[in-house]
Ligand binder design. Structure first.
Ligand SMILES: Nc1nc2c(c(=O)[nH]1)N[C@@H](CN(C=O)c1ccc(C(=O)N[C@@H](CCC(=O)O)C(=O)O)cc1)CN2
Length: 292
């Protein structure tokens, strides 16, 4: 068997073109959706992602504001920027690019973002809303993966879904979204014993660990759908995922490539969340904040 490639780049183009139409309709009502992206420091990968986010906004007609801060910015100075953006009525979505420099507490900074502008979906209120089945913003990477599974007509009701990696930004929200779609979910972490015994049960396998090659073909059930979230730089300079692509593609029914899989969908879903925030408007955002 050679797995079908799940083309995240092509699907992200479709999603972004739908976003452009929603932006046009908002503009007819005098609303320009605005996204603020805050980057602290000079991490080369983060610089690429932030540039790509701003470019995607420009192309889809959203207003974007990129705020670049030096790596020695204090936590207090960053919090002041976040508070200023919370009050800015031209900005509907705010994100602080991760990772932050080591002297900053990422949780504290994320909690400072207004939950109704938290288009990353990382705020504790948004995590709670997702967990209780009332999502306001779904985190972009898991949201993009759900779109990919939908586009591939993957049936999730009653399916065995196994996630490797239990981070707050991918693994945990992914588990919530798959659970809500009717899958039986296993969430593995770095302490999971006999990882292969878990992954071999998966109809849908999502791998998000940042460890290149942690999943190999012999750990995959024949016919499974494999979603590789990892983006790692190999010794020879290539981008590789967490899944050993060559051995996996001989076993899986479908697999996401790296690059060109999950990554582009992350940015597309960020635009979706920002447009949704603008569409909701201040009144509904206030209403959404009541049950928190
Ligand atoms: N505040 C946030 N920080 C981070 C997030 C996030 O969702 N919010 N996710 C990742 C980084 N990320 C988005 O910010 C991201 C990563 C990768 C891609 C992407 O399109 N990758 C391409 C390859 C790009 C390259 O050449 O390096 C691909 O996979 O095809 C987009 C967004 C951590 N931080």
């Amino acid at each position: 068997m050679t797995a079908r490639l799940i083309d995240g780049k092509a699907l992200s183009d479709t999603v972004k073109s739908d976003v452009s139409k929603r932006v046009l309709s908002l503009k007819e009502q005098g609303i320009v959706p605005g996204l603020a992206v805050v980057l602290v420091g000079e991490d080369p990968a983060s610089q690429v992602y932030v540039r790509n986010k701003a470019a995607a906004c420009d192309k889809a007609g959203l207003h974007s504001r990129v705020i670049r801060l030096a790596s020695d910015t204090t936590e207090g100075e960053l919090l002041d920027v976040v508070h200023e953006l919370n009050a800015d009525t031209t900005i509907h979505g705010i994100l602080v690019q991760l990772p932050l420099p080591a002297h900053m507490d990422a949780s504290l900074v994320i909690e400072a973002i207004s939950a109704d502008k938290d288009v990353d979906g990382f705020h504790i209120s948004n995590a709670g809303l997702l967990m209780t089945g009332q999502p306001l913003f779904r985190p972009c990477t898991p949201y993009g993966i759900m779109k990919m599974l939908e586009a591939e007509n993957v049936s999730l009701r009653g399916a065995e879904a196994v996630i490797v990696g239990a981070s707050n930004i991918v693994g945990k929200p992914m588990a919530m979204l798959l659970l809500a779609a009717g899958a039986t979910v296993t969430l593995c972490n770095s302490k999971t014993r006999d990882l292969g015994a878990q992954t071999r049960r998966a109809d849908v396998l999502v791998v998000a660990t940042g460890k290149p090659g942690i999943v190999t073909g012999d750990m995959i059930k024949p016919g499974a759908v494999v979603i590789d979230v990892g983006i790692n730089r190999s010794a020879d300079g290539r981008l590789v995922g967490d899944v050993d692509f060559e051995s996996a593609k001989a076993v899986a029914a479908a697999i996401t490539p790296v690059p060109g899989g999950v990554g582009p969908m992350t940015i597309a879903m960020l635009l979706v969340n920002t447009v949704e925030a603008a569409e909701r408007g201040p009144a509904e955002r206030g209403a959404a904040a009541i049950p928190i």
